[in-house]
Design a protein. Structure first.
Length: 504
């Protein structure tokens, strides 16, 4: 080996050993100490625990607080945004809420979860500071909600500190605890947990109710296909809830009436489990490819099949892989499926980001997804325009997340401000949360802490457009809401396209 090559090897080895030394010895002291901001005298704090890698979610949360201040004059809110977006990413972001005639500010602070400082570290530091938070907001995923509920339950037992826990977007009905025992999510920290979104069972119930109420979506012949990923807790739980509800629905009078009129056959089940969801961007992984082939073989064996229900609850990437492969494997069969996904495929995927995330001609499937709030509300800033570039010039994000966070803020304001003063007792705040009502006078939470179902749910239908056998680069989006009477009403219908060309 030339002398110059030996020099490079020696230098590389020296640098590598120096790096190992730094990792093993310099880093032996552990992560930097976590410090929490002080709460000024007369003020109170709400701690929002969320990953540091999701600034967009914080921006939507702040926008929700601004919407609340602008659109709910009855609350008399003034919003302080001076610290909402600090210059450095390591600084704590916060929003201040004040009410007219009340002394004191309610601060909602983003406690950024990192690899060094997780939920346990934040909760420990916050509980030691005086005053501790009046409430904890978190649970962006069911795993984080489960862990945070366990931490709060343990602290309540050990110290008596038991702030209310507002779950933002974790939808699981049941989870596996740290002891690998299955338990309802809201029962882990019982009496103090309040879910601000709908649960998986409520989403499945609303989705099925909508599908079977629409003659052009209702399966005309069994079976119902249930495809799920075993390594995805959301996918497993959604599949379990959907299957149970389908069994229950078959025995209901409405289903019997449809069968008597010949509009519905006996619903059978084909359940396909996919071992894992790890895979490339476009091509299915081996377990997915196997499930797709089974699905195609099963459906192709039913020549009378005109329309079938396909439950496919999963994250965007694996869902997209499966549907793209289904279209490629059986292009004539794929349009017969009504595909239901729950809320894992977000409205923004098919609207704002569709050019990349959901290309209409590659995924020409009738798709039904769920939203916890109205995704197309004009008053919250939605503007729908079709065509590449033209819709992006307007406010192109859905409004469902902004409105959900506005509801979180409203519940906190109504629970923490009382009798023209800012409360400082977590028990009082918890009791008031149990009684708060929304702007329509309806209870925000039921006796278990769930958001009441059967009203206020939104479903979004994506219908691909065709001209003969050709799939066009356009689709219709139909947004519907379930009213207080249980009936579905049309909220908005419009077309979107993947090019700047003319419509059909």
């Amino acid at each position: 080996m030339p002398r110059s090559s030996w020099f490079i090897v020696v230098l590389f080895t020296a640098l590598l050993l120096a790096g190992v030394y730094v990792l093993l010895y310099q880093g032996a002291e552990g992560p930097a100490e976590l410090t929490v901001a002080a709460v000024p005298d007369g003020d109170q704090e709400i701690a929002w625990l969320h990953p540091a890698t999701t600034p967009y979610t914080w921006e939507r949360f702040v926008a929700g607080m601004q919407y609340l201040a602008d659109k709910r004059p009855d609350l008399g809110l003034k919003i302080d945004l001076r610290e909402a977006f600090p210059a450095t990413s390591t600084a704590m972001a916060s929003v201040g809420l004040r009410r007219s005639g009340v002394v004191g500010t309610l601060w909602i602070r983003w406690c950024k979860l990192t690899g060094q400082h997780g939920q346990a570290a934040w909760l420990e530091a916050l509980a030691q500071r005086q005053p501790p938070p009046l409430a904890i907001v978190g649970g962006g995923s069911s795993d984080r909600a489960r862990q945070l509920a366990e931490l709060l339950a343990a602290r309540r037992t050990a110290t008596g500190y038991a702030p209310p826990f507002l779950v933002t977007t974790a939808t699981a009905d049941s989870v596996f605890t740290a002891e690998q025992e299955e338990a309802p999510l809201l029962d882990i920290y019982s009496g103090r947990s309040f879910r601000c979104c709908y649960s998986n069972r409520q989403m499945a119930q609303a989705t099925l109710d909508f599908i079977f109420s629409q003659p052009d979506l209702r399966p005309d012949h069994g079976p119902a296909y249930l495809v799920y990923w075993e390594d995805d807790p959301y996918s497993r739980d959604m599949m379990d809830q959907s299957r149970a509800l389908l069994w229950e629905w078959q025995s209901m009078p409405e289903a019997s009436a449809l069968r008597r009129r010949g509009e519905l056959g006996e619903v059978q089940f084909v359940q396909l489990a996919i071992r894992h969801s790890i895979g490339p961007v476009t091509e299915p992984n081996p377990p997915e490819a196997e499930a797709i082939q089974k699905l195609v073989d099963e459906a192709a064996s039913l020549p009378e099949l005109k329309r079938a229900l396909l439950f496919l609850p999963g994250e965007v990437k694996p869902t997209r892989r499966v549907l793209r492969s289904l279209v490629q494997a059986a292009p004539a069969l794929a349009p017969r499926f009504v595909v239901a996904t729950g809320d894992a495929v977000d409205f923004n995927v098919i609207f704002r980001d569709r050019h990349l995330a959901w290309p209409l001609q590659e995924l020409p499937c009738t798709l039904l997804l769920f939203c916890h709030r109205n995704p197309v509300q004009d008053a919250a800033g939605f503007a729908a325009r079709t065509g590449r570039g033209r819709d992006l010039a307007a406010t192109s994000s859905g409004t469902h997340d902004l409105l959900l966070y506005a509801d979180v803020g409203a519940a906190l304001v109504e629970a923490t401000f009382a009798d023209r003063k800012l409360l400082g007792d977590v028990d009082q705040v918890t009791n008031r949360l149990r009684a708060v009502k929304d702007e329509h006078g309806q209870a925000r939470f039921d006796e278990r802490g769930e958001r009441p179902g059967g009203r206020g749910e939104f479903v979004v239908l994506l219908r691909p457009l065709r001209r003969g056998d050709r799939v066009l680069p356009q689709a219709t989006i139909v947004v519907s809401e379930r009213g207080v009477d249980g009936d579905w009403r049309l909220v908005r219908e419009f077309q979107v396209e993947d090019t700047g060309g003319p419509g059909p």
